[in-house]
Design a protein around this ligand. Sequence first.
Ligand SMILES: [Zn+2]
Length: 347
Amino acid sequence: MMFASFKGCPDCGVPNRIAFMHRWRDDGILESRMGTTRAIMIERDAFAGVLERVEEALGVPLDRILIDAKRRDAKLYVDDVVSGVAGRIIRLAPFRRLGYTVMIRQAATIGLAKAQLLSYRQGKRFIGRAFPVYHPVLFVGDVCGAFESLERKRARPVYGSIGEAWYFELYVDQSLPAEERLELEKTAEVSAQAGYERCAKCGVPLGIGNLHWDLAQGRIIDRNTGEWIIYINVEGVNTVLRELEREIGEDIPRMVNAYTADYYSGLAQKHPGSFLSDLAFMKLRGFGVPDRERPGEEELKAGILVRNAFNAPMVAGMVAAVYAGEGKRFTWEVPEKGTVLVRVETS
Ligand SMILES: [Zn+2]
Protein backbone atom coordinates (compact mmCIF):
# COMPACT_ATOMS: atom_id res chain seq x y z
CA MET A 1 0.00 0.00 0.00
CA MET A 2 1.30 3.46 -0.86
CA PHE A 3 1.11 6.50 1.37
CA ALA A 4 2.96 8.83 -0.98
CA SER A 5 0.47 11.68 -0.73
CA PHE A 6 0.94 12.03 2.97
CA LYS A 7 1.34 15.69 3.99
CA GLY A 8 2.19 17.17 7.34
CA CYS A 9 1.29 20.50 8.95
CA PRO A 10 3.94 23.08 7.90
CA ASP A 11 4.15 24.38 11.49
CA CYS A 12 4.03 21.33 13.77
CA GLY A 13 4.53 18.44 11.34
CA VAL A 14 1.45 16.46 12.45
CA PRO A 15 -0.02 14.68 9.40
CA ASN A 16 -3.07 16.44 7.95
CA ARG A 17 -5.02 13.20 8.11
CA ILE A 18 -4.51 13.04 11.89
CA ALA A 19 -5.49 16.68 12.44
CA PHE A 20 -8.50 16.22 10.20
CA MET A 21 -9.78 12.99 11.72
CA HIS A 22 -9.16 13.56 15.43
CA ARG A 23 -10.06 16.22 17.93
CA TRP A 24 -8.42 17.17 21.22
CA ARG A 25 -11.35 18.65 23.13
CA ASP A 26 -10.80 21.45 25.66
CA ASP A 27 -11.85 19.07 28.44
CA GLY A 28 -8.94 16.75 27.65
CA ILE A 29 -10.92 14.14 25.74
CA LEU A 30 -9.29 12.92 22.56
CA GLU A 31 -11.83 11.67 20.07
CA SER A 32 -12.35 10.62 16.50
CA ARG A 33 -14.35 12.97 14.28
CA MET A 34 -15.83 9.92 12.58
CA GLY A 35 -18.41 8.59 14.99
CA THR A 36 -18.05 9.41 18.66
CA THR A 37 -15.17 7.29 19.82
CA ARG A 38 -12.88 8.42 22.61
CA ALA A 39 -9.23 7.37 22.38
CA ILE A 40 -5.81 7.53 23.98
CA MET A 41 -2.32 7.53 22.54
CA ILE A 42 -0.35 5.08 24.62
CA GLU A 43 2.96 3.24 24.42
CA ARG A 44 2.24 -0.12 22.83
CA ASP A 45 4.39 -1.81 25.47
CA ALA A 46 2.39 -0.16 28.26
CA PHE A 47 -0.95 -1.68 27.22
CA ALA A 48 0.25 -4.88 25.54
CA GLY A 49 2.88 -5.30 28.27
CA VAL A 50 0.25 -5.10 31.01
CA LEU A 51 -1.76 -7.84 29.30
CA GLU A 52 1.33 -10.00 28.83
CA ARG A 53 2.25 -9.67 32.50
CA VAL A 54 -1.28 -10.50 33.63
CA GLU A 55 -1.09 -13.60 31.44
CA GLU A 56 2.31 -14.58 32.89
CA ALA A 57 1.14 -14.04 36.45
CA LEU A 58 -1.96 -16.18 35.92
CA GLY A 59 -0.15 -18.81 33.88
CA VAL A 60 -3.08 -19.36 31.52
CA PRO A 61 -3.55 -18.09 27.97
CA LEU A 62 -6.03 -15.23 27.76
CA ASP A 63 -6.60 -15.40 24.00
CA ARG A 64 -10.26 -16.35 24.19
CA ILE A 65 -11.19 -13.56 26.63
CA LEU A 66 -9.09 -10.96 24.80
CA ILE A 67 -10.40 -11.83 21.34
CA ASP A 68 -14.00 -11.91 22.46
CA ALA A 69 -13.81 -8.60 24.36
CA LYS A 70 -11.98 -6.83 21.52
CA ARG A 71 -14.29 -8.33 18.91
CA ARG A 72 -17.37 -6.92 20.60
CA ASP A 73 -15.75 -3.53 21.06
CA ALA A 74 -14.53 -3.44 17.44
CA LYS A 75 -17.96 -4.37 16.13
CA LEU A 76 -19.54 -1.47 18.03
CA TYR A 77 -16.76 0.81 16.82
CA VAL A 78 -17.26 -0.11 13.16
CA ASP A 79 -21.07 0.03 13.56
CA ASP A 80 -20.60 3.58 14.87
CA VAL A 81 -18.10 4.73 12.23
CA VAL A 82 -19.76 3.01 9.26
CA SER A 83 -23.31 4.16 9.89
CA GLY A 84 -26.10 6.00 8.09
CA VAL A 85 -26.23 6.20 4.31
CA ALA A 86 -22.46 5.67 3.92
CA GLY A 87 -22.79 2.56 6.07
CA ARG A 88 -25.56 1.13 3.92
CA ILE A 89 -23.52 1.78 0.77
CA ILE A 90 -20.29 0.27 2.12
CA ARG A 91 -22.18 -2.88 3.17
CA LEU A 92 -23.48 -3.34 -0.40
CA ALA A 93 -21.70 -6.27 -2.00
CA PRO A 94 -19.55 -4.34 -4.52
CA PHE A 95 -18.19 -1.94 -1.90
CA ARG A 96 -17.53 -4.22 1.02
CA ARG A 97 -13.96 -4.97 -0.01
CA LEU A 98 -13.38 -1.21 -0.13
CA GLY A 99 -14.64 -1.06 3.45
CA TYR A 100 -11.84 -3.43 4.51
CA THR A 101 -9.28 -1.44 2.52
CA VAL A 102 -10.32 1.76 4.32
CA MET A 103 -10.06 0.01 7.69
CA ILE A 104 -6.63 -1.43 6.92
CA ARG A 105 -5.48 2.07 6.01
CA GLN A 106 -6.97 3.42 9.23
CA ALA A 107 -5.15 0.73 11.26
CA ALA A 108 -1.85 1.96 9.78
CA THR A 109 -2.72 5.63 10.39
CA ILE A 110 -3.33 5.05 14.07
CA GLY A 111 -0.26 2.88 14.55
CA LEU A 112 -1.94 -0.48 15.11
CA ALA A 113 -0.64 -2.54 12.23
CA LYS A 114 0.58 -2.78 8.70
CA ALA A 115 -1.96 -5.22 7.36
CA GLN A 116 -2.91 -6.69 4.00
CA LEU A 117 -6.03 -8.36 2.71
CA LEU A 118 -4.82 -11.56 1.04
CA SER A 119 -8.05 -13.23 0.09
CA TYR A 120 -11.70 -12.36 0.50
CA ARG A 121 -14.92 -14.11 -0.40
CA GLN A 122 -17.89 -11.99 0.34
CA GLY A 123 -20.01 -13.25 3.20
CA LYS A 124 -17.79 -16.33 3.51
CA ARG A 125 -14.18 -15.75 4.45
CA PHE A 126 -11.42 -13.23 4.98
CA ILE A 127 -7.68 -13.95 5.01
CA GLY A 128 -5.20 -11.28 6.05
CA ARG A 129 -1.62 -10.78 7.10
CA ALA A 130 -0.10 -8.26 9.48
CA PHE A 131 3.40 -7.18 10.40
CA PRO A 132 4.15 -5.26 12.47
CA VAL A 133 1.03 -5.56 14.60
CA TYR A 134 0.43 -3.97 18.03
CA HIS A 135 -0.94 -7.14 19.63
CA PRO A 136 -1.68 -10.14 17.41
CA VAL A 137 -4.44 -11.54 19.62
CA LEU A 138 -6.24 -8.21 20.11
CA PHE A 139 -5.88 -7.58 16.39
CA VAL A 140 -7.69 -10.86 15.69
CA GLY A 141 -10.52 -9.40 17.79
CA ASP A 142 -10.38 -6.15 15.80
CA VAL A 143 -10.59 -8.00 12.49
CA CYS A 144 -13.44 -10.24 13.72
CA GLY A 145 -15.42 -7.22 14.92
CA ALA A 146 -14.94 -5.36 11.63
CA PHE A 147 -15.93 -8.46 9.66
CA GLU A 148 -19.05 -9.02 11.76
CA SER A 149 -20.07 -5.38 11.40
CA LEU A 150 -19.61 -5.31 7.62
CA GLU A 151 -20.93 -8.79 6.84
CA ARG A 152 -23.61 -8.91 9.57
CA LYS A 153 -22.50 -12.51 10.25
CA ARG A 154 -20.51 -14.19 12.99
CA ALA A 155 -17.14 -15.69 12.07
CA ARG A 156 -14.68 -18.09 13.61
CA PRO A 157 -11.03 -16.97 13.59
CA VAL A 158 -7.95 -19.10 12.95
CA TYR A 159 -4.58 -17.39 13.42
CA GLY A 160 -0.89 -18.00 13.79
CA SER A 161 2.51 -16.68 12.84
CA ILE A 162 4.80 -17.63 10.01
CA GLY A 163 8.20 -16.04 10.54
CA GLU A 164 7.58 -12.57 11.88
CA ALA A 165 4.18 -12.09 10.22
CA TRP A 166 0.79 -12.97 11.63
CA TYR A 167 -1.94 -14.54 9.52
CA PHE A 168 -5.65 -14.30 10.24
CA GLU A 169 -8.36 -16.38 8.64
CA LEU A 170 -12.01 -15.77 9.36
CA TYR A 171 -14.72 -18.19 8.31
CA VAL A 172 -18.40 -17.46 8.60
CA ASP A 173 -19.81 -19.90 11.09
CA GLN A 174 -23.58 -20.19 11.26
CA SER A 175 -23.34 -22.43 14.32
CA LEU A 176 -22.05 -19.55 16.48
CA PRO A 177 -24.84 -18.16 18.65
CA ALA A 178 -26.46 -14.99 17.41
CA GLU A 179 -25.11 -12.08 19.40
CA GLU A 180 -27.22 -10.83 22.24
CA ARG A 181 -27.57 -7.06 22.01
CA LEU A 182 -24.17 -5.51 22.61
CA GLU A 183 -24.09 -2.83 25.23
CA LEU A 184 -21.69 0.06 25.08
CA GLU A 185 -20.50 0.84 28.58
CA LYS A 186 -19.30 4.37 28.06
CA THR A 187 -16.42 5.68 30.13
CA ALA A 188 -17.74 8.51 32.31
CA GLU A 189 -16.89 12.09 31.37
CA VAL A 190 -16.68 15.06 33.73
CA SER A 191 -15.99 18.74 33.13
CA ALA A 192 -12.31 19.69 32.94
CA GLN A 193 -10.04 22.37 31.52
CA ALA A 194 -7.05 21.01 29.66
CA GLY A 195 -5.77 24.46 28.61
CA TYR A 196 -3.93 23.15 25.56
CA GLU A 197 -1.45 25.31 23.71
CA ARG A 198 -2.38 24.57 20.15
CA CYS A 199 -0.68 24.81 16.78
CA ALA A 200 -1.94 28.00 15.12
CA LYS A 201 -2.21 26.25 11.75
CA CYS A 202 -3.87 22.89 12.46
CA GLY A 203 -5.18 23.23 16.03
CA VAL A 204 -3.49 20.05 17.31
CA PRO A 205 -1.89 20.59 20.76
CA LEU A 206 1.81 21.40 20.70
CA GLY A 207 3.76 18.36 21.82
CA ILE A 208 2.01 15.96 19.47
CA GLY A 209 4.59 17.05 16.88
CA ASN A 210 7.10 14.91 18.83
CA LEU A 211 5.45 11.84 17.39
CA HIS A 212 6.54 10.44 14.08
CA TRP A 213 3.86 8.77 11.97
CA ASP A 214 5.54 5.93 10.10
CA LEU A 215 2.63 5.06 7.85
CA ALA A 216 4.56 2.64 5.68
CA GLN A 217 5.15 0.48 8.77
CA GLY A 218 1.81 1.22 10.44
CA ARG A 219 3.52 2.62 13.51
CA ILE A 220 3.69 5.87 15.45
CA ILE A 221 7.05 6.46 17.13
CA ASP A 222 7.83 8.84 19.98
CA ARG A 223 10.94 10.65 18.73
CA ASN A 224 12.20 11.18 22.31
CA THR A 225 11.99 7.64 23.63
CA GLY A 226 11.82 5.56 20.44
CA GLU A 227 8.72 3.83 21.85
CA TRP A 228 5.92 2.60 19.60
CA ILE A 229 2.73 4.58 20.31
CA ILE A 230 -0.73 3.30 19.41
CA TYR A 231 -3.96 5.27 19.10
CA ILE A 232 -6.57 3.01 20.66
CA ASN A 233 -10.14 3.59 21.62
CA VAL A 234 -10.82 3.89 25.33
CA GLU A 235 -13.85 1.60 25.24
CA GLY A 236 -11.63 -1.09 23.71
CA VAL A 237 -9.06 -0.85 26.50
CA ASN A 238 -11.75 -0.74 29.17
CA THR A 239 -13.83 -3.58 27.69
CA VAL A 240 -10.76 -5.83 27.66
CA LEU A 241 -9.80 -4.94 31.24
CA ARG A 242 -13.40 -5.24 32.48
CA GLU A 243 -13.81 -8.69 30.90
CA LEU A 244 -10.55 -9.85 32.48
CA GLU A 245 -11.79 -8.67 35.87
CA ARG A 246 -15.16 -10.34 35.34
CA GLU A 247 -13.62 -13.67 34.34
CA ILE A 248 -10.51 -13.74 36.49
CA GLY A 249 -11.29 -11.70 39.54
CA GLU A 250 -11.01 -8.46 41.37
CA ASP A 251 -7.23 -8.65 41.58
CA ILE A 252 -7.01 -7.37 37.99
CA PRO A 253 -7.17 -3.60 38.77
CA ARG A 254 -4.34 -3.92 41.31
CA MET A 255 -2.21 -5.82 38.78
CA VAL A 256 -2.99 -3.34 36.00
CA ASN A 257 -2.04 -0.48 38.31
CA ALA A 258 1.25 -2.08 39.39
CA TYR A 259 2.32 -3.14 35.87
CA THR A 260 1.50 0.29 34.43
CA ALA A 261 3.58 1.95 37.16
CA ASP A 262 6.48 -0.48 36.50
CA TYR A 263 6.41 0.17 32.79
CA TYR A 264 6.46 3.97 33.10
CA SER A 265 9.07 4.06 35.88
CA GLY A 266 11.28 1.87 33.67
CA LEU A 267 10.77 4.26 30.77
CA ALA A 268 11.52 7.30 33.00
CA GLN A 269 14.77 5.70 34.18
CA LYS A 270 15.84 4.90 30.63
CA HIS A 271 15.16 8.46 29.50
CA PRO A 272 15.99 10.91 32.28
CA GLY A 273 14.54 14.37 31.68
CA SER A 274 11.93 12.97 29.27
CA PHE A 275 8.23 13.83 29.23
CA LEU A 276 7.90 11.67 32.36
CA SER A 277 9.36 14.37 34.62
CA ASP A 278 5.89 15.85 35.25
CA LEU A 279 2.23 15.19 34.42
CA ALA A 280 1.85 17.54 31.42
CA PHE A 281 1.93 14.58 28.98
CA MET A 282 -1.30 13.13 30.33
CA LYS A 283 -3.71 15.54 28.67
CA LEU A 284 -1.80 15.37 25.36
CA ARG A 285 -2.31 11.62 25.18
CA GLY A 286 -5.98 11.72 26.22
CA PHE A 287 -5.22 9.99 29.56
CA GLY A 288 -6.90 12.68 31.68
CA VAL A 289 -6.42 16.19 33.07
CA PRO A 290 -4.52 16.39 36.38
CA ASP A 291 -5.46 19.33 38.60
CA ARG A 292 -1.72 20.05 39.00
CA GLU A 293 0.84 19.24 36.34
CA ARG A 294 3.85 19.81 38.59
CA PRO A 295 2.66 18.98 42.11
CA GLY A 296 4.92 19.46 45.13
CA GLU A 297 5.31 16.97 47.99
CA GLU A 298 2.48 18.49 50.02
CA GLU A 299 0.12 18.46 47.05
CA LEU A 300 0.96 14.82 46.36
CA LYS A 301 0.16 13.99 49.98
CA ALA A 302 -3.16 15.83 49.76
CA GLY A 303 -3.88 14.01 46.48
CA ILE A 304 -3.79 14.77 42.76
CA LEU A 305 -7.18 14.61 41.11
CA VAL A 306 -7.18 13.54 37.46
CA ARG A 307 -10.37 14.47 35.62
CA ASN A 308 -11.57 12.54 32.61
CA ALA A 309 -9.24 9.71 33.57
CA PHE A 310 -9.65 7.04 30.87
CA ASN A 311 -8.99 4.19 33.31
CA ALA A 312 -8.41 4.69 37.05
CA PRO A 313 -5.77 2.00 37.76
CA MET A 314 -3.72 2.84 34.67
CA VAL A 315 -3.83 6.61 35.26
CA ALA A 316 -2.93 6.10 38.94
CA GLY A 317 -0.01 3.90 37.82
CA MET A 318 1.27 6.67 35.53
CA VAL A 319 1.18 9.30 38.30
CA ALA A 320 2.93 6.87 40.66
CA ALA A 321 5.66 6.20 38.07
CA VAL A 322 6.44 9.90 37.62
CA TYR A 323 6.75 10.57 41.37
CA ALA A 324 8.11 7.19 42.45
CA GLY A 325 10.75 7.25 45.14
CA GLU A 326 12.11 5.42 48.12
CA GLY A 327 9.64 4.89 50.94
CA LYS A 328 6.75 6.22 48.86
CA ARG A 329 3.54 4.33 48.50
CA PHE A 330 0.71 5.43 46.25
CA THR A 331 -2.97 4.86 46.84
CA TRP A 332 -5.83 5.71 44.56
CA GLU A 333 -9.58 5.98 44.73
CA VAL A 334 -12.41 7.05 42.45
CA PRO A 335 -14.26 9.93 44.17
CA GLU A 336 -16.55 10.37 41.16
CA LYS A 337 -16.84 8.26 38.00
CA GLY A 338 -14.49 9.64 35.36
CA THR A 339 -11.96 10.86 37.93
CA VAL A 340 -9.19 9.32 40.00
CA LEU A 341 -7.52 10.72 43.11
CA VAL A 342 -3.89 9.62 43.55
CA ARG A 343 -2.13 10.15 46.87
CA VAL A 344 1.35 9.52 48.09
CA GLU A 345 2.01 8.15 51.55
CA THR A 346 5.51 8.48 52.89
CA SER A 347 6.81 6.18 55.57
ZN1 LIG B 1 0.06 22.05 13.14
